[in-house]
Every structure is written in C-alpha cells, then in structure tokens.
Design a protein around this ligand. Sequence first.
Ligand code: ARG
Length: 276
Amino acid sequence: MKKMKNLMALVLALLMVVSLAACGSKDDAGKDDEPKSAIEEIKAAGKLVVGTSADYPPYEFHTEIDGKDTIVGFDIDIAKYIADDLGVELEIVDMNFDNLLMSLDNDEFDMVIAGLTKDEKRALTTDFSKPYLESKNLILVRTADEAKYTNLESLKGAKAGAQTGTIPYDRCVTYCGEATTTGLAKVQDLVMELKANKLDVVMLDYMTVLTYADVHDDLSAVDVGIPSDGEGYSVAIKKGNTELVTYVDSVLDKLAADNKIEQFIVDAQKLAGLEE
Ligand code: ARG
C-alpha cells in the first residue's frame, strides 16, 4: 500500500517535469530527404507496427489474459491510442531491446515504444518524439542487503547487472565498474541471477525496479542518486521521418491533455501484480 503511494507520487512528480520541459521544445525542420507521407502508408497498410522489448513491467510485459499470452503495459496503451487515432490495427513486434533501433532503421516497424530514453547518442541516428515521461534509474537489490547501498560510491565493485544496450547498462559500468558489470539481454534473467545471489545489484528504470520490489518480498528498490539521463521516455522513429514525429507529438499532447498516461500507468501496474 505504502509502496504504491510512493510510486504514484514519483510518477506524478516526473510527469510534471515533462510537461514543463515540453513547453520549450524546438522544431526539427530542414530535412529534405523525408518520405512523402508515412502516415498515408500506415493507413493504406491498415496497421501500425510497433517494436518493443516486452520484458519491462509496467512499461511492456507479457501476461495471460483469458488464458492467452498477451503483451500489455502503459507503453502498449500509448501505442494503441496512436493506432486508434490513425484508425488502424496495432501490431506489436517483440524482440531483445538491444536490436530495436537497428530494426527500426531496417524498416521492420513504424516506431519503437519501449521505455526507451532519448539521449544525445541515440539522437544522432534516430528521431524521437517529445518525452511522455521523465526517466530515472534505480537499483534493485536483495532486501537483506538493502542497507549496504546508500550512494553512488557504495556501488563501486558491486557484482552488478543491467540490460544490454540500455542507458542503465552504461551507467552501471560507470558506477559499479566495467569488470564487475554483466550485461544480459532479458530483464527476467537479471532478476533471476539477483535472486540466486549471482548478482548483487541490478540497475533498471525506476518503475520496473519498483514493480519487482513490490511483487517480490525478497527484493527492494534503492535510490542511490543516479543522475537523471535527461530527456525522458520517447517514441523512436526512423531518422528523417519528421512527418511522423510531428504527428506523434500531437497525439502525445492529446494524451497529456486528457491525463491518460496516469491512467495507463495505474492499469499497467494492476496487470503487473502491484497492490493498490
Ligand atoms: N530506458 C532505458 C534505455 O532507454 C532502458 C529501457 C529498456 N526497455 C525495455 N523495454 N526493456 O536505455
């Protein structure tokens, strides 16, 4: 009960940061190699294809609905909202996080929605919508060891793990040390290794850490003060497709105006097994 309240307070605080940041967004004009109309193409195909890595509750994850394995999460609700706005079906392609941006570039899907954080390095090769939520990293540890981790300094030399190809992975290398950091493709495997004492620290995005800590009695979330990674979770779109970026930005504005994202998060947390 208490954890859930803390989580919602954090989510609301971060949403406010994003709406302030959104006021100062710059425009991205001046590219002349953009496809004529990506939106027309999606409408003609009758489906919006979205790439994700469904191992990240409550952003995107697998669950059983009416006996059927289904990908759910608040990112998936955002994807559905965009598909509905376009009047087309939603198709989700699930793969390892590490391959998403390359597959986007190879035209395997129209966009990536995957708790993916916009940063300067990725922006060199990929375009991004405005952020829909501020991002933040926490660590997941065994509850028995919780007191050992108090600040960034306490991470030095920890047997740590993070998801390959993610920003938390790079941070883990910085704060825990390259020699002691392990990268794995799937978040579930990191959590298993943590429970089996093979890893002592797992670095992930905050809502995933808080979800695992809430669902597993032997795991806890710790905020060791990992610096913000800047711009927040954004929809990734193929480089040069400014028409689609502008369109997705306008849909995100509608979502924000209707306070939909908070509701999507609450729904996703329930599906992920978080108590109210
Ligand atoms: N926010 C982090 C990043 O962009 C990690 C995202 C991982 N997402 C996932 N669906 N596994 O690098």
